[in-house]
Design a protein around this ligand. Structure first.
Ligand code: ADP
Ligand code: MG
Length: 315
């Protein structure tokens, strides 16, 4: 049976620096092409943590070295750069892997903006530290000059924090859909997408925020009416009592069971919790939709029910 699958790639699918990424995308591409070769329609979303960190650091150095010439680079621009950089490596690795297996499919990367709600409660409590550590003086300057919110991070220095609002709509959805329907392999929603507010209906204004890539991938899957959301990460399955006595790996869960474990604090916020929450949301969005959380190398086995953790309504 063939599926329409949105695959969310985690940090380990992309590596942490230029060299690692160049190598990691090769293995990632093989796993993705396995899914395509089996007859599935695949759309890719991905994270960007280390990449956007690298870009922000480079841009901050530039401002520091020549403040007359370079104003601080907005987060939205850094995310856009990361989508381009990751898309470039991933797209080419996929292209090569497809060509090698004689699958004539073009690959494209869509620069993706994702609408967020200015009334999202996340904006009242920014939680996501981004960018480099700063001194107190540097932090105070940015608070005054640019209205940044800054936290003191456990004695290690000061860091900017931004909100992590929920994604509401994918601005370039119809572009992604058109490419997908034309048989292309599409990479979209990189780094959760560039968060934007909608002004006067059609004007977009960048939001100082980051969207969780797991939630953006879920929205993409729902919006494209995918039947499978696969979240690929560093673990083969989700566990309860993770890394504690009595650790138990989960295979099959209903959204209600997953929610009960989430409420009980079984999944770490910022890592496994958003994946499980995204999986619950997708499984509930329509009957017959399944979310699978597993490791990159296990994606194909996971589709056949051989491994991974699947969340789906019991029919
Ligand atoms: P990604 O880059 O794929 O989003 P994250 O580091 O954000 O990866 O999240 C995956 C990590 O979540 C796993 O590598 C694992 O260490 C951690 N984790 C936290 N809680 C759990 C749990 N209950 N079961 C499995 N993994 C968990
Ligand atoms: Mg993560």
């Amino acid at each position: 049976m063939s599926h329409r699958i949105v695959v969310a790639l985690g940090g380990n699918a992309l590596g942490k620096n230029l060299e690692e990424q160049y190598l990691a995308v090769r293995e990632t591409a093989e796993a993705i092409v396995d899914l395509i070769a089996a007859g599935n329609q695949v759309i890719l979303a991905h994270g960007n943590g280390p990449q956007v960190g690298m870009i922000q650091k480079a841009m901050a150095e530039l401002t520091r070295s020549d403040p007359e010439m370079y104003i601080p680079c907005p987060l939205s621009v850094c995310v856009a750069m990361s989508q381009g950089y990751i898309g470039y490596d991933l797209q080419n690795a996929l292209r090569e892997a497809l060509f090698t297996r004689r699958i004539p499919k073009p690959v494209s990367t869509v620069l993706t903006q994702v609408e967020v709600d200015p009334a999202d409660p996340a904006f009242l409590h920014p939680t996501k530290p981004i960018g480099a550590f700063m001194t107190k003086a540097e932090a105070e300057q940015l608070i005054v000059q640019r209205g940044y919110e800054v936290i003191e991070d456990a004695g290690r220095g000061y860091r900017r924090v931004v909100a992590s609002p929920m994604p509401r709509a994918i601005i370039e959805l119809e572009t992604v859909r058109t490419l997908m329907e034309a048989g292309q392999v599409v990479i979209a929603c990189g780094g959760g997408g560039i968060p934007v507010f909608r002004k006067d209906g059609y004007i977009l204004k960048d939001a100082a925020a980051v969207i969780d890539k797991d939630f953006a991938a879920e929205l993409l899957a729902e919006s494209l009416e995918a039947d499978l959301l696969i979240i690929l990460t560093a673990v083969e399955k989700v566990a309860i009592r993770y890394r504690q006595p009595g650790e138990t790996w989960l295979t099959e869960l209903t959204p209600e069971e997953a929610e009960a474990y989430a409420k009980a604090g079984e999944f770490a916020p910022g890592s496994m919790l958003p994946k499980v929450e995204a999986a619950i949301r997708f499984a509930r969005s329509a009957p017959g939709r399944t979310a699978l959380i597993t490791q990159l190398q296990k994606a194909s086995a996971g589709i056949h029910g051989e491994t991974g953790t699947r969340i789906a309504q019991r029919l």
